[in-house]
Every structure is written in structure tokens, then in C-alpha cells.
Design a protein around this ligand. Structure first.
Ligand SMILES: *Cc1c(COP(=O)(O)O)cnc(C)c1O
Length: 445
């Protein structure tokens, strides 16, 4: 097929995620190198969304390519239903080594949503089988505007209403704590303060005493909500309340894990170790689908027994623990060390901050929220009042589409333009990316 024929077939037959297919304009990326993407017409772009937030060390990294090739020479896929393979075990060992203390066991799945489903079901089943069983602990507390994936359990604890409100009748309802990470650009209401949030959570846990299984949250920053950065101390406060009320803490680091916020995991920043930790996206450096739910020994032990005792976790995904994915995930952890990826981040984070400071004076830029190597830039119709554009105008999407003409692939969240390159981005590339974003914003506003 010629590139026009490919685009035509794509437009008519390939149903794209989160995409209105009537308005979809195909763009086919044929190859990539480092932070550059090349389309079928030979145009080049900077990968400003890290290929949907998961690329870490750049594309076609020689170490990672070699790891996949080497594993292909052994076996591509087996199964983790009752058997294993050396590469997956080696990766599990390394992963648990770099993970927050207390997490000693790992359940592999294929994508972030299934890591969340796994955690929710584990937390639920845990209370039925705990040393002192508490089967009435069945509910979940989640944060307003949280995003935990698109499967039914994950949208039950999610709160990005523009994605999920329609499906409410199909799912269970979480108890919701308003996000302290706003202000919400859609509602315009101010976010509650740190103290207000934590006392609201304390009240919720007291009010629902004995019926809450777990609190689930994205630590430090709610990405899909619009890069809502929580006040310092919120995560620590939530963890303390979870402990005090004897409720499990589930952290969703699908987006924040693997260096995005400046440390390997976001929860390290507030010295918090959860009972269950969900990982995805960057786990294979953006190469292959894989996700994981890490658990403490307390959780693990509640599931041990003979078959007849029915304590088994009857849950799994066909490609969980896939050896090809494990091979590249293991190599990615080695690259983190060899290339001192985290040590080299502060300069890049600082450069992103400088660009954001400049962008803040743009006449149609409102708030900019930033943490580690990610920034969310609110587009506003009127700067003094912060009045948003009518959502139907899709200014965020228009700015990102316009940025393509200036050499960058970006993906918005509503009217929030997001800058989230691979961690391997160079300072020069970061300059180029931010200038392209700015030009796109100019064009669309
Ligand atoms: C992307 C994401 C998920 C879902 O992961 P998928 O791999 O898309 O299923 C869950 N939680 C967070 C915080 C995410 O960013």
C-alpha cells in the first residue's frame, strides 16, 4: 500500500482509542530514533508525549533493541499461569529491588488498567481472608478526577467524568475525596487545601468505618485529570490516615513510575510505601505492553493455603509476565543505572521550568502545573479572569495539531497542553519541543 492508501484504510477501518473517527486525520509514524518520530511522508517530529507517556530512554535504544532480539532467540511467549521463565524471574528480582521497601511480591499483567483491576480484587479478597477476616470491607475511596484506566473496575474508582460518566450504571461507585490538585479548569472551583483534604478524608474514613477496603490514588500528580499536582504532604497524610484507620493503600504509579517525577517512583518523595503498587507505561521503557501489581508480604500471605481452602487469587491475563516484555524491562532498569538517568534529570527539569516561566506570560495561557519532566499548560480565553474556552472548540487539540507543523507530536488533556518527552530528551530537544508547543498555542489561540 502507498502511504495514502494506508492512511485511507486507517481512517475507515481502524478504530482509534479516544478518537472521534469522523474527525480523525491519519498520521502514520513509520520509524523513530531517540526522541524523533518519522512519518510515512518523511516528516520528522519530536515525541512530546513520550508515545503516550511510556517512552523513557528514547526509541531504538541499542541496549533495549538488543535485549528484545536476544530474548527472541530463546522464546517470545510462554505463560505465567502456573509456570515461569528465567527472564521474567530476573526482572521480578530487579524490580522488587528498586521498588519502595515492603513490596516483596509481583503480579504481572499486560496493561495499566489490568494492574488496577488486579489491585482492587486483591484488596477486596484480602479482607475476606485476612487473619481477622473483615468481609464487610468492600468499598474504595478514590480521589476526584482520578484516572486509573478504562476497564469497568478502573472507571469505578476513576473520576474523569468526561470519559466515564456514561458507564456509571455498569460499575461500582467509589467514595470520592475532592482532589487537592486543581483548580479544576473545567469547573473553575478552587481546590481544597491540604488541611481541608486530609480532614475530609479523616471524616470519610470515620463515617464509613469498617466498610472501606482501600484508598487508591495517583501519588503526587493526577496526570489524566490535567496534570493536577498535589500539595506537598498530601500523600504522606493519606498514608498516615490509611494506617490509622486500618485501610489498605493502593498507589497507581502507572504514569508516575520510572522516573517521570524525578525519582524512580513518586511515592519515594514522601517516604511512603503502599500495600499495593500498580505499575505500567514506562515499565518496559515504552517498548512492549506490560504492567505489574506489587504487594506486601502481609497481602501475599492472606492468599496462601491449600487448593481446597479456596484462598487462591483466581485472576490473570494471558500475556502477564511475557518474556519479551520482561527482557526489555530488565534492560531498561540497567539503562537507568548505566546512563545515570535520574542523576541527569534535574538539568532537564530546570530547563522545562524556564520554558514554562516564559510561556506563563502568553496571553492565552492560564495556570501551568509542573512536576519532574512533565508540564500541563492551561489554555484560557481570557487571562485575567481565567475564563476557559468553550470546550467544543477543542483549543487544546487544535494547539497540539498545529504543533505538528512546527515539528512536535503533543497530546492534550482537554484544553491542557501536555509536555511529557522521554526522559532521554536532550536540552536542545527540550528547547525545540517547547518552542514548537508555543507556536502551536499561538496558532490555536
Ligand atoms: C495510563 C494510566 C492507566 C491505564 O493504563 P493502560 O495501560 O492504558 O490500561 C492507569 N492509571 C494511570 C495513572 C494511567 O496514567
Amino acid at each position: 500500500m502507498t502511504s495514502d492508501e494506508l492512511a485511507d484504510f486507517d481512517r475507515k477501518h481502524v478504530w482509534h482509542a479516544f478518537t472521534q473517527m469522523r474527525e480523525y486525520e491519519p498520521l502514520l509514524i513509520e520509524r523513530a530514533e531517540g526522541c524523533r518520530l518519522f512519518d510515512t511522508d518523511g516528516n520528522r517530529y519530536l515525541d512530546g508525549s513520550a508515545s503516550m507517556w511510556c517512552n523513557v530512554h528514547g526509541h531504538r535504544h541499542p541496549r533495549l533493541d538488543a535485549a528484545v532480539a536476544a530474548q527472541l532467540g530463546r522464546v517470545a511467549h510462554t505463560t505465567n499461569l502456573g509456570l515461569s521463565n528465567p527472564t521474567t524471574v530476573l526482572f521480578a528480582e530487579r524490580l522488587l529491588e528498586v521498588s519502595p521497601p515492603g513490596l516483596e511480591h509481583v503480579f504481572f499483567t499486560g496493561d495499566g488498567s489490568s494492574a488496577i483491576e488486579t489491585a482492587l480484587k486483591m484488596a477486596f479478597q484480602f479482607w475476606r481472608q485476612a487473619e481477622t477476616p473483615r468481609p464487610e470491607r468492600t468499598r474504595f475511596v478514590a480521589i476526584g478526577e482520578a484516572y486509573h484506566g478504562d476497564t469497568l473496575g478502573a472507571i469505578g474508582v476513576g473520576g474523569v467524568d468526561r470519559f466515564t460518566a456514561m458507564f456509571a450504571p455498569l460499575t461500582f461507585e467509589a467514595i470520592r475525596l475532592p482532589s487537592p490538585g486543581g483548580p479544576c479548569p473545567h469547573s473553575g472551583r478552587p481546590a481544597p487545601s491540604l488541611a481541608e483534604s486530609l480532614s475530609a478524608l479523616d471524616r470519610i474514613l470515620a463515617e464509613h468505618r469498617g466498610t472501606v477496603a482501600a484508598i487508591i490514588l495517583e501519588p503526587l500528580v493526577q496526570m489524566a485529570a490535567g496534570i493536577y499536582v498535589h500539595p506537598v504532604g498530601f500523600l504522606r497524610g493519606v498514608a498516615d490516615l490509611a494506617r490509622r484507620h486500618d485501610v489498605l493503600l493502593v498507589l497507581d504509579e502507572v504514569a508516575t513510575g520510572f522516573g517521570r517525577t524525578g525519582t524512580m517512583f513518586a511515592c519515594e518523595r514522601e517516604d511512603v510505601s503502599p500495600d499495593l503498587l500498580c505499575l505500567g507505561k514506562g515499565i518496559t521503557a515504552g517498548y512492549l505492553p506490560m504492567a505489574a501489581t506489587l504487594a506486601t508480604t502481609r497481602l501475599w500471605e492472606a492468599f496462601l493455603g491449600t487448593h481446597a481452602e479456596r484462598r487462591t487469587f483466581f485472576h490473570g491475563h494471558t500475556y502477564g509476565g511475557n518474556p519479551l516484555a520482561a527482557a526489555v524491562a530488565l534492560a531498561s532498569l540497567e539503562v537507568f543505572e548505566e546512563e545515570r538517568v535520574l542523576t541527569r534529570l534535574p538539568d532537564k527539569i530546570e530547563r522545562l521550568r524556564e520554558h514554562c516561566d516564559r510561556l506563563a506570560s502568553h496571553p492565552h495561557v492560564g495556570a501551568i502545573r509542573r512536576i519532574g519532566l512533565v508540564a500541563g499548560i492551561d489554555l484560557v480565553a481570557d487571562k485575567p479572569s481565567g475564563r476557559p474556552y468553550p470546550w467544543q472548540e477543542q483549543r487544546g487539540m487544535r494547539a497540539c495539531l498545529a504543533a505538528r507543523k512546527h515539528g512536535a507530536i503533543l497530546r492534550p488533556l482537554g484544553d491542557v497542553v501536555v509536555i511529557m518527552p522521554p526522559l532521554s530528551v536532550t536540552l536542545d530537544e527540550l528547547d525545540e519541543l517547547c518552542l514548537a508547543a508555543e507556536s502551536g498555542i499561538d496558532d490555536a489561540t
